[in-house]
Design a protein around this ligand. Sequence first.
Ligand SMILES: Nc1ncnc2c1ncn2[C@@H]1O[C@H](COP(=O)(O)OS(=O)(=O)O)[C@@H](OP(=O)(O)O)[C@H]1O
Ligand SMILES: Nc1ncnc2c1ncn2[C@@H]1O[C@H](COP(=O)(O)OP(=O)(O)O)[C@@H](O)[C@H]1O
Length: 207
Amino acid sequence: MIPNCFRHRHAIKKVGRAEQKNQSPCVLWFTGLSGSGKSTLAGAVDEYLFDLGCHSYLMDGDNVRYGLNRDLALSDEDRAENIRRIGEVSKLFVDAGLITLCAFISPFAKDRNRVRSVLDSGEFIEVHVSTPLEECKQRDPKGLYKKALKGDIHNFTGLDGVYEVPVRPEITIDTTGSTPFECAEVIVEYLRNKRMIPDMGNVSMGM
Ligand SMILES: Nc1ncnc2c1ncn2[C@@H]1O[C@H](COP(=O)(O)OS(=O)(=O)O)[C@@H](OP(=O)(O)O)[C@H]1O
Ligand SMILES: Nc1ncnc2c1ncn2[C@@H]1O[C@H](COP(=O)(O)OP(=O)(O)O)[C@@H](O)[C@H]1O
């Protein structure tokens, strides 16, 4: 309760927006180590959904840190605030009827569970991108593991920083040895099976 602030009840509701878009809005929450494939995979799912005519939007850790969360660093406290804010933004996007894709390391179970708790039942779909640390280190797409192992970055997730593995994620996907498109198909199939998107056949992408 905030003093002197009152909630407005607007005429157009989440259910109406979802019906108009012919889909069940939800949050696909990609969590995993740096280099596990969160951004690449979330991007592939976003493209797949776009080509199917679904309405989605992708929020990515690195990008959000250039704008909305530019005041936050990577201390444990700032990471918690990062995820809290993204959780609230995701709730707004779900209210707008969108399939919302979030790609954040989100190392702490408490922070991920808080996002789950601000959404309605079934709306939070936790996708653990479980690619092993050794594979992530080998990929090292941004050269961050190299820097962290040299001691130039501290509290690096998976090395000297904590990553709490999800206990009961809706989806677990190790991207080792598969293409982003193959991994994206697994996630789109999950949405189809749950009847969250219409069954409109497959798309073919040059990935
Ligand atoms: N100490 C440390 N540990 C892990 N990652 C680090 C660190 N410092 C910078 N980076 C880079 O910041 C990106 C993490 O941003 P996130 O918003 O996803 O992190 S978090 O969810 O708030 O923990 C992360 O993005 P990804 O590599 O895409 O995962 C890194 O590029
Ligand atoms: N099946 C796959 N899905 C996602 N990324 C993959 C896959 N196979 C290989 N990769 C590579 O792994 C790296 C993942 O980087 P990125 O998506 O930035 O990870 P994260 O967002 O988790 O830090 C990229 O270089 C990507 O090309």
